[in-house]
Design a protein around this ligand. Structure first.
Ligand SMILES: [Zn+2]
Length: 69
């Protein structure tokens, strides 16, 4: 009985074999969806730490209110 894993995206069983090119995904489509999710999560990480807060203070910005959406 071949080992199978469930595709992380659509949950269908994927045979874990050299023929399963996109394992653990069932297809290139699901692999790309996963990569897209990862990229969008990364993109959502706040960039606040990249700002020089002291420099902003000198410009008269209040840190908390300046970054509030
Ligand atoms: Zn899938």
């Amino acid at each position: 009985m071949p080992l199978t894993v469930n595709c992380p995206i659509c949950k269908i069983p994927v045979q874990w074999s050299p023929q399963s090119e996109f394992k653990p995904f069932c297809s290139e489509r699901c692999k790309m969806i996963d990569l897209g999710d990862w990229a969008s999560e990364k993109h959502a990480i706040p960039v606040k730490s990249e700002f020089d807060v002291d420099a902003l203070d000198e410009l008269g910005y209040d840190e908390e209110s300046f970054f509030k959406e």
